[in-house]
Design a protein around this ligand. Structure first.
Ligand code: ADP
Ligand code: ZN
Ligand code: ZN
Length: 744
């Protein structure tokens, strides 16, 4: 047993960003381990502070008589596996944060959870009666009631709050059902396993429930990965399967295989795709072996789920980014669905990418990592091409008679030329009319991600770009066009620099405006709109999606929120109103994002047996991102995108490190940045800037940014460390904010 423990004091400050050595008293020797939260005397006054044990040793690092002793173990603390501490250490090194910040991202926080009363809705009917009631409700078009009753086919009890939220029910809708003896409202002490509540009594049946027979393509992937797993091979795999190709079924088989070996599994899903439908699918298959976390859980609830994982009460954890830190002692597999999603990148320190951390953790735990996507990130696909990742491609939809939709690209410049100034092309309009007449559903998609105001020409389709950086210039309030990378700026031109046309306008239409237009142009249609405005209230986006899935509306208008999660079998037409919107964001990844969004949006059409159609409206029909998305041709998109990245030295052709420095005085920010930027002179790498950050003044802080590109990650880390040193020595310590970010 170790004599000494390295302890990090639990405050976020650079000065304590190193472990202090403490002696472990005899009475605690059996208890102290890496990850423990302990109380220790600290500083001159020996005030008792709390800290984390991040290492153990038998040797004193300095004069033994001066080493203080641990005062006690923090009551109720989770001692995370030393692996997680190692993960934290690695994150600190790679992304630049204090060990405390890294530990806070990795270790669950214990919090007092008050024993709150929770309510449940219990179904009092036998199955036959229930089915009868469902039929009645359907006949009378009591949509909300029908939804609730249908949910009872899967579960006897449903949490009250969830029912209101995800099934779009109102309190008054429940009243009559209660009076008629259909349901009862129960109160009981809090039961913090979200999964258990979906369970029916017959667990055995559930454990095998929801299983489908895999098709040949699916089975081939499962067989190969399982064979390697069996042979002790652990690696990273990329499953590249088109939308609806049955990737989720593949995950379930893999999970089952690994679970049967006594190992545990983490499945990462972007929060927006983690819907009630998905939850039910996994509960049916895995019963109470599975648990979920999401951002709406309180810290205490999350802690409980992690505790259950640590104790081995559950074997499968499903959730967004932070589920990666589930303290499973026998982790055997990590799966990352929709691996290309930007939500996997943390935008708070440590600014880690879950894909990279997942690889590291998998390595430590001797686990495999499976990445899945219909539109893999350029980074992952590159590794697959290089043979670093195993690679599987699935080209067919899983459901019989379901095929990829037919895609038509409409040139909006031509529409204008021929006198159509509407936001609907003639083709989209006529197809909408046709589908609505057949009582099929339509989705209208406004591609707004990465949206910023830029100027584009309605005649030739050109967007005005920076001559140095190949990104669009952003239109500012003072009527100047500014490059957010290099600072280049020009006054707003009167005419198009390419063709001289005066039809030069800021791009972009809001979803609200589109809704109004749809209502006037298609007066008979029932319209739902989904964007930040309509989803922020109670009910949220799930309620809207549920209503649309129940065919309570004919047309759903939305932003990227609508492309994830739900299956809408009756949607046969997807209209993409302005494919260019995300194409000209001031970011080197905007082409990739556009391709992903268009492909994913198109994949919403024709999920069932009725064939699907997609109309992509654009001012740049010849742009490779739009052409390849329309052709659903990933390989050719990748080839062109990678050529562009190589030419301009953007990741993954190299690693990009950004340094952001902020200070309340402009001069301080500039001087500190100049000092830091000086470090780059000693290295061979390409540097852009320093320039003013895209948002130069934020909360009265002036921000400067520097971009550094290099093929070698380690060199960038060296530069970062040197910059941090230099700034400290230069006396900038507490006067500026410093933030490093890595893109690789
Ligand atoms: P993805 O995750 O690739 O989008 P899913 O796993 O959600 O695809 O599958 C899409 C649809 O096809 C789902 O409704 C699913 O139940 C169905 N499905 C998947 N695999 C099969 C199969 N082997 N046989 C029949 N239906 C399947
Ligand atoms: Zn520029
Ligand atoms: Zn022009």
């Amino acid at each position: 047993m170790a004599e000494f423990a390295d302890v990090i004091i639990d405050i976020t400050h650079e000065k304590v960003d190193r472990p202090f050595q403490y002696r472990i008293p005899e009475s605690l020797k059996a208890l102290v381990q890496a990850g423990c939260q302990v109380d220790v005397p600290f500083g001159k006054g020996n005030r008792i502070r709390s800290g984390y044990v991040v290492g153990l040793s038998d040797r004193a690092e300095y004069d033994i008589s001066r080493i203080k002793e641990i005062a006690g173990i923090h009551a109720g603390s989770v001692s995370a596996e030393s692996q997680l501490i190692q993960v934290a250490w690695w994150m600190k090194e790679r992304y630049g944060s204090t060990m405390n910040q890294a530990l806070k991202a990795v270790l669950p926080v214990k919090q007092q959870v008050e024993q709150q009363e929770k309510r449940w809705i219990r179904c009092l009917l036998k199955e036959e009666e229930l089915r009868q009631r469902i039929e009645e409700a359907a006949k009378k078009k009591y949509k909300a009631r029908e939804r609730l009753l249908r949910a009872f086919l899967d579960a006897d009890v449903i949490p009250y709050e969830m029912a209101l939220r995800t099934l779009n029910l109102t309190r008054s809708a429940l009243k009559p059902l209660e009076e008629q003896g259909v349901i009862a409202l129960d109160s009981q002490a809090v039961c913090r396993n979200p999964a258990r509540t979906y369970l029916q009594e017959d667990k055995a049946a559930l454990m095998n429930g929801g299983k489908v027979l895999l098709n040949e393509e699916q089975q081939a992937v499962v067989t190969d990965i399982c064979r390697q797993y069996q042979a002790g091979i652990r690696k990273t795999y990329l499953v590249h399967g088109i939308t609806g190709s049955g990737k989720t079924e593949i995950y379930m088989e893999l999970i089952d295989h690994v679970r049967r070996q006594g190992k545990q599994v983490i499945l990462l899903i972007p929060e927006i795709a983690l819907t009630y439908q998905t939850v039910l699918r996994f509960c049916r298959r895995f019963g109470d072996q599975v648990s979920f976390i999401h951002s709406r859980l309180s810290a205490g609830e999350k802690y409980d789920q992690f505790e259950r994982a640590r104790r081995g009460d559950i074997q499968i954890m499903i959730g967004p980014r932070s589920a990666l830190f589930t303290p499973f002692p026998k982790l055997g597999l990590i799966i990352m669905d929709e691996e290309h999603e930007s939500a996997y990148k943390s935008e708070i320190t440590p600014r880690y990418h879950a894909r990279e951390v997942a690889r590291y953790r998998a390595g430590l735990s001797h686990a495999s990592l499976v990445l899945g996507s219909a539109t893999p990130s350029v980074e992952s696909y590159t590794r697959a091409v290089q043979g670093i990742y195993g690679y599987y491609k699935i080209t067919k939809r899983a459901k019989k008679n379901s095929f990829l939709p037919k895609v038509q690209v409409v040139d909006m410049r031509q529409e204008l030329k021929e006198g159509n100034r509407s936001i609907f092309s003639r083709s989209l309009r006529s197809q909408m009319e046709e589908k609505l007449a057949k009582k099929e559903q339509v989705m209208l998609f406004l591609n707004r991600r990465g949206y910023s105001r830029f100027l584009s020409c309605r005649s030739c389709g050109e967007a005005i770009r920076c001559p140095h950086c190949d990104v669009t210039l952003t239109l500012h309030q003072n009527n100047r066009l500014v490059c957010h990378y290099c600072g280049y700026q020009i006054p707003r031109p009167e005419a198009c620099p390419s063709c001289g046309s005066p039809y030069l306008a800021p791009f972009g239409t809001g979803t609200q405006k589109i809704e109004a237009l749809v209502r006037t142009e298609f007066p008979g249609a029932r319209v739902l709109r989904m964007d930040l405005d309509t989803t922020s209230g109670k009910g949220g986006h799930e309620a809207i999606l549920a209503a649309f899935a129940e065919h309570e509306a004919d047309i759903l208008i939305g932003t990227q929120m609508i492309v994830k999660g739900h299956d809408f079998p009756a949607v046969t037409l997807v209209g993409i109103l302005a494919a260019d919107l995300s194409l000209y964001a001031p970011d080197y990844r905007c082409g990739e994002r556009t391709f992903q969004l268009l492909t994913q949006a198109a994949g919403r059409a024709g999920r069932d047996e009725k064939p699907g159609d997609v109309v992509i409206q654009t001012y740049s029909p010849d742009h490779y991102c739009i052409e390849t998305a329309a052709a659903q041709d990933y390989e050719s998109f990748y080839k062109q995108e990678m050529a562009y990245r190589k030419m301009l030295h953007y990741p993954p052709a190299c690693v990009m490190m950004t340094l952001l420095i902020g200070a309340p005085e402009e001069e301080t920010a500039a001087a500190a940045m100049a000092l830091a930027a000086g470090v780059t002179a000693n290295y061979e790498l390409s540097v852009i800037g320093p320039v003013n950050a895209p948002i130069y003044k934020l909360n009265d802080i002036y921000r400067k940014i520097l971009y550094m590109k290099c093929e070698n990650y380690d060199i960038l880390i060296k530069i970062r460390n040197q910059m941090e040193e230099g700034l400290k020595e230069g006396g900038y310590g507490g006067r500026i904010g410093v933030q490093f970010d890595f893109l690789s």
